[in-house]
Ligand binder design. Structure first.
Ligand code: FDA
Length: 533
């Protein structure tokens, strides 16, 4: 099997080389000539093309590289970046990339944890949707048409301009692109009340490998199902989403309560595991754990930070917490009331900043380092005190000095939406999701392997305590450690390894959709859905 894959890879490399010899030009020169021939107006397309000779090439490329692990001199770079401003630019780029054997990597917000929207090991073109980000909010009908290059902050801001009691069920970090975010499911502040972002999409505009522009009706329900959670970069390019807007009260409450080990953090987490998924749908309880130096004796301890949004007032929240989780001792002083849009700033640690900060697509969060490795897990049974202590002891390792682990409660409406409603399968039966964030600073990047190894050790340690067969993972928390396709070749069996972790049994339906819409597998990457041959 391996030798067959190797021969196929060799054959494709030889064909690519022959293609460039036959025209006597470099692939990007043929590609660029093709683009200008295919464009009705070659002057507009030339203004959205960046070759390596263009003085703005690096600025455009680096503008939304979020994980600086993938911004080194050794990182493979695209031959060309195209930033389409019209649908015809996408059509020309797809046509010419296919014709001249170049792969496309589509980028909306650039938050892919493994950099797959701007890094490839084969000659490639980046299609960056930075110029495709109109947000059109219709308050009366509670919908918004949003182009895929918009960031979540732009959506929240445009909704808030017109209404403080409508929202979109999106993620916390405002600089995430909606193209990749919704393609991978999309979880956020309102997901226990309204589901994933993908659950709240009612139409889409999409371009396929043949350059056809499709909407929900013309693409059919199977493809419409697949693009709302089946992972970005597999089926084609999403140009825009039509989103359902959801009601939120004029006043919401946020709280954050910190407890160290001496302040009973372990027992509180054990209790949290039992009850968090049963708290009202109007909350999104989570607990963040990290190693800190105690303010009392300067010795290392674990800090557990319990926080949540609540869609209601402090007076409504306090009796609920008193009844369901009295051990936490939540008090009025721990809580703040604000509008929903202000709560977005709060959870981004941007309190007191002007709302306009939500429009900044190149914004870098100050939480953690800019170099990172992320992993995820799902928990179905509460983990024991001994298991938790083992996790704390690893969090106290030297490599974990700026790392944090978050338990995010499930339950709420997630228990009531069927597993196959969209490709995102992690619904009923999950107590919470674990987010492992291992990060480091630039000056320590020479030691990156040390940190990555630590994340793998912790992940191995957690094996007995988390979901099994498959060990589930969240597609938007991309992790190539759980499996990947070979360069240039995507086989069903190999892809099933990571595919079932992300999508469980929905993986097979995704493969069927892929086989229909892109049988030659033009849109591909290390974790794209394979077609059946
Ligand atoms: P990017 O542009 O890198 O694309 C990601 C993937 O989607 C790539 O495979 C890409 O090719 C593909 N893609 C992009 N645009 C496409 C399009 N228009 N059509 C088809 N395919 C497209 N997640 C979450 O659910 N909730 C959260 O709160 C957070 N928080 C968070 C914070 C931070 C700081 C980071 C870095 C990431 C998150 N995430 C997250 C994860 C995030 O949802 C995930 O990385 C998304 O894929 C990011 O989408 P972007 O468009 O920004 O990424």
């Amino acid at each position: 099997m391996k030798s067959l894959q190797f021969s196929m890879l060799l054959l494709s490399l030889v064909l690519a080389a022959l293609l460039s010899f036959s025209t006597g030009a470099l692939p990007q020169e043929d590609f660029l000539r093709c683009l200008s021939l295919r464009s009705n107006d070659s002057s507009t397309i030339s203004s959205v093309i960046y070759t390596r000779n263009n003085p703005s090439y690096s600025t455009v490329l680096e503008s939304t590289i979020r994980n600086l692990r993938f911004n080194s001199t050794n990182t493979p770079k695209p031959l060309v970046i195209v930033t389409p401003s019209r649908t015809s630019h996408f059509q020309a780029t797809i046509y010419c990339s296919r014709k001249h054997g170049l792969q496309i990597r589509t980028r909306s917000g650039g938050h892919d944890y493994e950099g797959l929207s701007y890094v490839a090991k084969v000659p490639f073109v980046v299609v960056d949707l930075v110029n495709f980000r109109t947000v059109d909010v219709d308050v009366e009908n509670r919908v918004a048409w949003v182009q895929a290059g918009a960031i979540l902050g732009e959506i929240y801001y445009r909704i808030a301009e017109k209404s403080r009691t409508l929202a979109f069920a999106g993620g916390i970090f405002h600089s995430i692109g909606v193209g990749g975010y919704i393609s991978g499911g999309g979880f956020g502040l309102l997901f226990r009340k309204y589901g994933t972002a993908g659950d709240n999409v009612i139409d889409a505009q999409f371009i396929d490998v043949n350059g056809r522009i499709l909407d929900r009706k013309s693409m059919g329900e199977d493809l419409f199902w697949a693009i709302r959670g089946g992972g970005g970069g597999s089926f084609g390019i999403v140009l825009a989403w039509k989103l359902k807007l959801v009601p939120v009260p004029a006043i919401v409450t946020v709280f954050s309560v910190n407890r160290t080990l001496k302040q009973n953090a372990t027992q509180l987490i054990l209790r949290w595991q039992e009850i968090a998924h049963q708290l009202p749908d109007e909350m999104n309880p989570d607990v963040t754990m990290l190693s800190v130096n105690s303010t009392q004796d300067g010795r290392k301890t674990i800090l557990a930070s319990f926080s949540s949004l609540f869609l209601g007032t402090i007076d409504e929240l306090l009796p609920i917490m008193q009844q369901r989780f009295p051990e936490l001792g939540l008090s009025r002083q721990d809580c703040s009331e604000m509008s929903w849009i202000e709560s977005v700033l709060y959870f981004n640690q941007l309190q007191n900043q002007p709302l306009e900060i939500l429009l900044n697509r190149t914004f870098r969060t100050s939480v953690g380092g800019q170099y990172y490795k992320i992993k995820s897990d799902y928990v179905k049974e509460p983990i024991s005190e001994t298991a938790l202590n083992g996790l704390f002891s690893r969090l106290s390792d030297e490599e974990a000095s700026s790392d944090f682990i978050i338990f995010m409660a499930y339950g709420g409406i997630m228990d009531r939406i069927p597993e196959d409603a969209t490709p995102f399968p992690h619904r009923a039966g999950n107590l919470y999701k674990i987010y492992y964030d291992v990060n480091w600073q630039e000056q320590d990047n020479v030691n990156s392997q040390k940190y990555i190894d630590w994340s793998r050790r912790v992940y191995n340690y957690m094996t007995p305590f988390v979901s099994k067969s498959p060990r589930e993972a969240y597609a938007n928390y991309r992790d190539l450690d759980i499996g990947s396709n070979n360069v240039g070749i995507t086989g069903y069996r190999q892809a099933s390894v990571w595919g079932r972790k992300y999508f469980k049994n929905n993986f097979d339906r995704l493969v069927q959709v892929k086989t229909k819409i892109d049988p030659q597998n033009f849109f591909k990457h290390e974790q794209s859905i394979p077609p059946l041959h």
